[in-house]
Design a protein around this ligand. Structure first.
Ligand code: ATP
Ligand code: F6P
Length: 475
C-alpha cells in the first residue's frame, strides 16, 4: 500500500477559534500525523511571531479590538507568518501548511483565502468551538499558566483573570465559520459534533477523518515487545517461533505490572497474529484484539537468517540497509516506510481508544513510538525498545510522558546499532524530547516514578531509556 500525493496538491489548514479552544493542540497533532506518514507538513503559529515581533509580555489590552495600534501590529504578525508559509510552500516543496491563529473574523478568513488561492494552495478551515466552561478552564490551567506570555507573572489568579479578559476581547468580534463557499470542518466540544462543508481531496478527507477520532480524555498506552522468543535466542530475524522459557516467565509477570497501573480501569490488549505476541498476552485478563497490521516487518528472503548470515549472503543489501534503514526494502519483504503506511489504521484507532496495551515487535513498536514521540524517519529504525520492558505513554496537552519499566527477567539484546553512528549510542539516557509548539518547546517527559512491584518481580530502571542510536534534531 502506498499513498501517492500528487506533486501539485498543496493544502493550507487554517485554524479558527477563540483562545484556549485547542487550536494549537489540533495543529500539532495533525502535523505529526502527516509528517509521520511522510507528507511535508509544517505549523506556522502566529502567536510565536507576535512574541518575536512585539514581545511576549503583552497584557489583555493588546488583544482589545478597539486598540487600533495593537490591531495593526497583530495584522503585521499574521501577514509575516503567512508570508513565511507561502515561501515554505514554494521553496521547500511544502505539501500541508498549518496556519495556527484565531482567524476569528470573516474578513481575516477572506484575506487568507484570497492569498492562498492566488498561489494555488487549497485552504481548508478547521474551527474548534467549545462552550464547555470546564474544558476551557482546564485548558487554561494546563497550558496557559505556563505560557511564555505569562513568564513574567507568578500569580495564577492574575494570569487567569488576564487570559479570560483576552478571550472576552475575541468574543466581541468572533464570527463562527459559516461561509458557504469555504472548505471547512467545525469541531464542537471536542468532536461531540462535527460539521463538514465542501471537503474534497484525499489529504483533506484524511485530515477530517483523523480529527473525528481525536479525544482528550486521560488515558495510557502501554507498549511491550513479546517475551523473548526462540528465534531471539538464536539471533534469527522474523519467523513465527514460540516464547523461550524466559519469555514465558515474562508473560506470567506482565499482568502484575499492568493491573497496578490501571487502578481498576478498563484495558484492551492488542497483539499481532504471531505466536510470540499472542503467547505473551495469554495471562492478561482483558479483552484482546489481534491485528495483522501489527505483524513484524517482513524480512522477505532474509526471514529466518541472522544478521551475520544476511551480511554473508546479501552483502549489498546489508550495506544498503545500513545506508538508509528507513527506506531499505528487504527483497520480497518490507521497509520501515512500508510498515509505517500499514500502521496508519492502527494509529487512527489508537487515537480513538482509551487504555491500550500493544504487545508487538521491535520494528513495529518503533514506528508507533516514533509517532507519539516525534522521531524523524532517520532516527526511527534505531529507537531502542528492549525485550522484557514495558513503556507507558501518557498523552499530555502538547506531548507525551514516558515511563519505562524493565522486568528483572533476563533476555537477549536484539539491538543492532547504526554502524554510521556507533558512538552516539553513548548518549542514550536522555529521555527529554522536544516538540515544536507555540510554547517554544514542549518536553516529553520520562517520568522516573518508583516502580510499584511485587517483590522480586520487576525493577524500575532509568538508564536504558528506549532511545536511539542517532543524534536527535535540535528544535
Ligand atoms: P490560543 O488561541 O491561546 O493559542 P489554543 O486554541 O491554541 O489557544 P491550545 O493551546 O491548543 O489552545 O489548548 C490546549 C488544550 O486544548 C489542551 O489542554 C487540550 O487538551 C485541549 N483541547 C484539545 N482539543 C480540543 C478541542 N477540540 N476543544 C477544546 N479543547 C481542546
Ligand atoms: O530480531 C527481532 C526482530 O523483531 C526481527 O524479527 C526483525 O527483523 C528485527 O527485529 C527488526 O529490527 P531491525 O529493523 O533493527 O533489524
Amino acid at each position: 500500500m502506498t499513498y501517492v500525493i500528487s506533486g501539485h496538491v498543496r493544502v493550507a489548514c487554517v485554524m479558527v477559534g477563540l483562545p484556549a479552544r485547542g487550536k494549537t493542540y489540533v495543529a500539532q497533532k495533525v502535523c505529526r500525523y502527516l509528517q509521520w506518514m511522510g507528507i511535508a507538513t509544517k505549523v506556522f503559529n502566529v502567536g510565536n511571531y507576535r512574541r518575536e515581533i512585539v514581545g511576549a509580555d503583552q497584557k489583555h489590552s493588546f488583544f482589545d479590538p478597539s486598540n487600533a495600534e495593537a490591531a495593526q501590529r497583530r495584522l503585521q504578525c499574521a501577514l509575516e507568518a503567512l508570508g513565511d508559509m507561502l515561501r515554505w510552500f514554494e521553496e521547500e516543496n511544502g505539501v500541508v501548511g498549518i496556519y495556527d491563529a484565531t482567524n476569528s473574523t470573516q474578513a481575516r478568513r477572506k484575506l487568507l483565502q484570497t492569498e492562498l488561492e492566488k498561489c494555488g494552495i487549497q485552504p481548508m478551515f478547521i474551527e474548534s468551538v467549545c462552550d464547555d466552561e470546564r474544558i476551557i478552564l482546564d485548558n487554561i490551567m494546563q497550558v496557559k499558566l505556563n505560557s511564555p506570555d505569562y513568564a513574567h507573572m507568578t500569580d495564577s489568579e492574575s494570569i487567569l483573570e488576564d487570559f479570560r479578559a483576552r478571550i472576552a476581547h475575541y468574543e466581541h468580534v468572533y464570527e463562527p465559520v459559516q461561509e458557504e463557499d469555504l472548505s471547512f470542518v467545525k469541531m464542537i466540544n471536542v468532536g461531540s459534533k462535527v460539521i463538514i462543508n465542501r471537503i474534497q481531496g484525499y489529504l483533506q478527507s484524511r485530515v477530517v477523518y483523523y480529527l473525528m477520532n481525536l479525544h482528550i480524555s486521560p488515558r495510557a498506552i502501554f507498549f511491550s515487545r513479546h517475551g523473548e522468543s526462540m528465534f531471539n535466542i538464536s539471533g534469527k530475524l522474523g519467523g513465527d517461533s514460540d516464547l523461550s522459557p524466559r519469555g514465558r516467565k515474562y508473560s506470567e509477570a506482565l499482568p502484575g505490572l499492568i493491573s497496578k497501573h490501571l487502578d481498576g480501569q478498563n484495558l484492551t490488549v492488542w497483539t499481532s497474529t504471531m505466536r510470540r505476541t499472542i503467547q505473551t498476552g495469554q495471562h492478561l485478563p482483558y479483552p484482546k484484539l489481534t491485528w495483522k497490521a501489527l505483524d513484524e516487518l517482513d524480512a522477505g528472503v532474509c526471514d529466518g537468517l541472522t544478521y551475520e548470515e544476511v551480511e554473508q549472503q546479501y552483502p549489498e543489501d546489508f550495506a544498503m540497509r545500513d545506508n538508509d534503514k528507513f527506506n531499505y526494502r528487504y527483497r520480497g519483504g518490507e521497509s520501515y516506510r512500508d510498515v509505517v503506511l500499514r500502521l496508519e489504521p492502527v494509529i487512527m484507532e489508537l487515537e480513538r481508544q482509551h487504555n491500550i496495551l500493544i504487545i508487538g515487535h521491535q520494528a513495529v513498536l518503533r514506528c508507533i513510538y516514533a509517532y507519539y514521540l516525534n522521531y524523524t524517519h532517520d532516527e526511527l529504525p534505531y529507537i531502542k525498545i528492549p525485550l522484557h520492558t514495558v513503556l507507558k505513554l501518557t498523552p499530555r496537552a502538547y506531548g507525551c510522558d514516558v515511563e519505562q519499566y524493565r522486568f528483572d527477567i533476563e533476555a537477549v539484546d536484539t539491538y543492532r546499532a547504526n554502524p554510521k553512528h556507533p558512538s552516539s549510542l553513548r548518549r542514550v539516557g536522555s529521555l527529554r524530547r522536544a516538540a515544536a509548539t507555540n510554547q517554544g518547546a514542549a518536553t516529553i517527559n520520562a517520568a522516573l516514578s518508583p516502580l510499584p512491584t511485587q517483590p522480586g518481580q520487576l525493577n524500575a530502571h532509568l538508564p536504558n531509556s528506549p532511545l536511539i542510536g542517532v543524534s536527535p534534531p535540535v528544535s
